[in-house]
Design a binder for this molecule. Sequence first.
Ligand SMILES: C[S@@+](CC[C@H](N)C(=O)[O-])C[C@H]1O[C@@H](n2cnc3c(N)ncnc32)[C@H](O)[C@@H]1O
Length: 470
Amino acid sequence: MNTPHPVKKNSIHEVTIESIAFGGKGIARLNDYVIFVRNSLPGQSLRVKIIKRKSHYAEAIIEEILKESPHYTPPPCPYFSDCGGCSFQNLDYTTQCQIKEQQIRDVFVHLGKLSTTILPVKGAPVLWGYRNKMEFSAGTERWFMKENDPGTPRDFALGLHAPRRFDKILDIESCLLQDDESNALFQEIRKEVKKEGLSLYNARTHEGYLRNVVIRKGYHTGEMMVNFVTRDDTPEQLTPVVEHILPRFPSVTTVVNNINDSLGMTAFGQKEWRLHGPGIIHDRIGPIQYEISANSFFQTNTSGAEQLYSLVEDFAELTGHETVWDLYCGTGSIALYLSQKANEVLGFEMIRDAIQNARQNAEKNHISNCHFFEANLDKFFQKNPDLIQSLPAPDLAVVDPPRAGLHPDFIQQLIHLAPPKIIYVSCNPATQARDSALLVESGYSLDKIQPVDMFPHTPHIESVALLTKT
Ligand SMILES: C[S@@+](CC[C@H](N)C(=O)[O-])C[C@H]1O[C@@H](n2cnc3c(N)ncnc32)[C@H](O)[C@@H]1O
């Protein structure tokens, strides 16, 4: 018989990591009792200390590595131990993909009891420097690094938030998730901000001027945007920094200053000044060109998005005669991508600005068979039965909801709408499996799932599920 609670808080144990759980913690076992170990790798033998004990599992931290994982690779980022952003970067890439595939299998097959085909993870086309947007935070409270701490100054930090800390900023010179040119630009801005003595924002006291530096780059066009987010509406303070960077970085085609004096931590402006250029840059996904402004949503990994959308297109098998509904369409990127292969595409999204962007993008690309509706999908179909009745019924519904998944009322409406085919794109396999189970109960078959790695070196995984009406 298994002993309940075979561990005590603060007790030390020797364990071997069997696999990595959904979310990124390593799984070890003492008899059948599960211990989740933070920051561990599969195959590692460890001495661990229990920090939390529950009836069915415990959580532990590493005290000592007794034997390294065969999948270990030295992490290339100097901030790895403090940043927490790319927690898989000390694992070789093949293993990262295998772990993600296993997690999808666990969530759908073992926990969800769904029978389906899970295809091997589609690896990312670009492994480093893949982000087209990085949002850096400024602050007067620098996070002290565990290793290699540079020491001084303590009240200047421009970089990334320390894990789970709204007030502490890890001061960094570069981030390997953006490309070399973006890093060179960031370093130059950093130097100038320091030299000019711009005051930095303090999240506790809500004082200080500079809150964020956001760098965006069109992956295909090379156009760059710098967005300085400040608390005060005094753009002239930025003039010396802007005049310094423009001649050195001709790719910077636009610079804006967003004013944000709210207490919230988002780099979103209530007002915008254009300090240089048109205030927008361009990028492409497949055949579609997008205008990107400082506050508009655009997929942060362009080459990853191309791979994702082309997979949606493959699953869709459109012949040109179909009506497609793109539900949770954001700025309409999937709708526009599919528009040339379908008769008509209808997009639904609750953010008004995103719908406006979608309509503009359709117009700029001379696409006339896409129509966009501002709609909170939780109850939109129930509240607007006449509109729904009047629209051409979907042959295919693409759903791409946020992490929380589909609202239960929306699922019922989708079942009632009964599209012959549903393609469910998700950044959270747990909610995708939950929602798929409901669709399967209501007469859909879950034909296949294709995991797509959009964010290498992080525990995140995107997956695309194909459901057909039986
Ligand atoms: C994962 S994004 C999908 C974006 C888009 N498909 C793309 O690839 O760029 C999810 C979108 O759902 C929208 N959303 C969230 N809740 C919603 C709701 N209740 N009704 C309609 N749209 C919603 C968000 O604003 C966001 O644009």
